[in-house]
Ligand binder design. Sequence first.
Ligand SMILES: [Mn+2]
Length: 500
Amino acid sequence: MSEAVFYLNRGTKCYPRLLTSVFSLRKYYHGNIVLIQEGELHYAIANVLSKLGVEVRTVPESTESILTRKSSIWREMKEDHAMYLDSDTIICGPINDFFIWIKERGFVATWFTGWSTMNVPVRARIEEWKIIVPNLIGPALEYRRAINSGVQGWCKNAPILVEYERLTKQGATAGCNRRVVDEIALQLLLPHHSHHLAHHTWNTSAVYGDINNARIIHYHGKKHCILGSERCAPWKHHYLDLLASFPESAVELRKHWGDRRLKRFSININRRRQDVTVVAAVNANNAAHFRRNFPNWVRLQGLKKQRFLVFTSESERALKISFLSKYRNARIVRWPHKRMSEGRNGFVFSAFVFGVSKHVKTTHWMRLNSDEAPKYIWWEWPDYFNYLITGRSWGFTFIGEKKDVASSKNCRLDDEHFTPKTSFRRICDPLDFWGNDKRVALSDKFVPSNAICCIEQTNFTRNMAIFLDRDNEGKRSDISQTTIDWYRSLVKNKLDFSCY
Ligand SMILES: [Mn+2]
């Protein structure tokens, strides 16, 4: 008995998704993979597919819609059993069970994300078929569990397959739900044919489902690499891992092949940014963290090409960070920290306010604390250009003098009472892309101003430095509350943010 996993491809736009899906599948499955390829396949893609052990079966280009075509590719099976996967899937675990079900029941459908046929939008989609198959509507609605055709399983002689093809064509001709025509055809047929219905973990919507417990994530509707979306992290991870695994094909693999979302994502993580400096501050307290994390920062797609500015409290030798000199994009500045007393983190704050004001030449800078470790293998830039500060929603903090902290009122920093919304609007959350233990601190009621990895406009920081000097005439010994002081002053003086 032979078996295989089937994919279908037409055109170039799905190349990156196809390769990424196969790449993820190969982590769990070592059996046959067959690509039904309509028309010509680019040689570079064919090359990678062959390295991934995919057999390509070329079929003539068809004028049928891709969904109609999908309902008939089981005819290309030479194997007894096949699992079919859409290219916009990511496989997150072993698939052996699926083949067992195919053998047992002849056909496997997948419940989609827990959706019901009784609710929108599936109910209306089924009812569109009233005009051609009125008798099938009732049982399909009663079946309850809505399916999706992106993951399915075939036994060569299963009677449902001929019906699937026939009804899809009939529905397409009648103009029934164009975007899901083959899927609803299947839904209408299921109550009348032997099949196994796999749980929705086997076809979890990347948009609506619980992707953390998914066996297969389905990035339907071109939702595979939306900027700033944590839900796309598994797809992006496999895609970038694929690129790294086939360096000899990197040039072709890096192309977007007409995939517009991928194009935006690629530009985001590949561009060298002229308007940002990434800033770190290293002293004896955090040097060990920095030694461990810096090499990981500069490995990240998205960060590795950027300019870095590293403030140091002592010589590189004393801090054991001499390795920095081999990074051409890292500039080291010894920050004397004369202004402040030796508070535990006084140096870090001083560097991030006064050091930045003096040494950063770009319009924006990003603070990266030494203990921030990358969570993913890339760094994605949020849309920071028009904002004073771009960072995580800052939760609650104490506004008021330190001495009466206990009695002071909790205020949201992004509350409209305190700042014009636009200045703090959160477009994307850079911290989502960093695995760090600060998450706990951030959800606490008191958020220290140092617990934030954020991007600031350099002018904003310069003004903060001026403000601190003015109020404190250089005498202030502790600026650990700088950011908060700054906000307080803004509120007190009703300064206008929008002028920046
Ligand atoms: Mn799909």
